[in-house]
Structure formats: structure tokens, C-alpha cells
Ligand binder design. Structure first.
Ligand code: DQA
Length: 146
């Protein structure tokens, strides 16, 4: 079965408790529960990874090489400046979708730029945690079409 890695970057372990007016009150465990519940219907095996550490995220991305059909990634603040994560995604060439819970384009200027998005199949921003489901469905659609 096709495998997809769901990656969450720094501070997303605090989801539900962290700035709930921006990120909502659902936890990361709830996100994982929702994605797990649709995985059988989508014919996909999901693995979940969260880390607050750039190198650990890079290692997780490397582990997808030749093993995973795609990646859904919320890189957190690394979105805006991690050339190392960008290089890891470029190295493995595994298709990915970048997702943000908040609308990064309506927030501080430093959040408007993504150093990863140009390599992504697409970017989802501002739809809350529902964005993860949309990202997964969109990723699979794009893989099937390719
Ligand atoms: C975020 C947006 C980022 O700017 C921020 O640093 C995060 C979360 C989001 O999901 O909206 O940690 O990626």
C-alpha cells in the first residue's frame, strides 16, 4: 500500500493549547485521528512524525526516499527560512504538499514567504486543521494523475 508521511514541525506538538485563537483548540492527536479515519477509504498507509528539531525533520524526510509516495508537511516556522529542509525535500524528490493551519498571508510579513513552496505540489493555508485532510486528498490526486 502507498505510504504517506505526515510531518509536523516546531511547536505543533502544542496544538490545541498554543494560541488557540489562531490555531484552534484541536490537538495534534485529533489531527492524526481524523487522518487515520480516512486512510482506509483513500487506500493509504500513514506515518506521523513531529519534531521541534530541524535535523530530526531532515532525517525523517530522508527516510521517505524510495519508500513513501508522498509527504504532507506543516514545517511551522521553518517554512520561512529553512534552506536545509528545502534541500532535503529536493534531494528525495518525494512529492509533497505544504500545509498551514493559519492563513500565513494574512499575518506578519515574515510569514508570507516560504522557502519550500516552489518545490511543493501545492500549498494550503488558512483552512484550519481541515487543511491536513485536503492536503492528503490533493496529494493523492496529484500522484494518481502523474
Ligand atoms: C504555521 C504557520 C507558521 O508561520 C508558524 O510558525 C507555525 C504554524 C501554521 O500552521 O499556520 O508554527 O505553519
Amino acid at each position: 500500500m502507498r505510504k504517506v508521511l505526515i510531518v509536523n514541525g516546531p511547536n505543533l506538538n502544542m496544538l490545541g493549547r498554543r494560541e488557540p485563537t489562531i490555531y484552534g483548540s484541536d490537538s495534534l492527536a485529533e489531527v492524526e485521528r481524523q487522518l487515520t479515519s480516512i486512510a482506509p477509504e483513500l487506500g493509504v498507509e500513514l506515518q506521523f512524525f513531529q519534531s521541534n528539531h530541524e535535523g530530526a525533520i531532515i532525517d525523517a524526510i530522508h527516510s521517505t526516499f524510495g519508500e513513501f509516495a508522498g509527504i504532507v508537511i506543516n514545517p511551522g516556522a521553518f517554512t520561512h527560512y529553512s534552506y536545509a529542509i528545502r534541500d532535503a525535500l529536493a534531494a528525495v524528490k518525494v512529492p509533497f504538499i505544504e500545509i498551514h493551519i493559519s492563513n500565513v498571508h494574512a499575518r506578519e510579513t515574515f510569514r508570507h514567504a516560504s522557502v519550500l513552496a516552489a518545490l511543493a505540489v501545492g500549498q494550503i493555508s488558512g483552512l484550519g486543521i481541515y487543511g491536513y485532510e485536503l492536503a492528503l486528498r490533493g496529494l493523492l490526486r496529484s500522484i494518481e494523475a502523474s
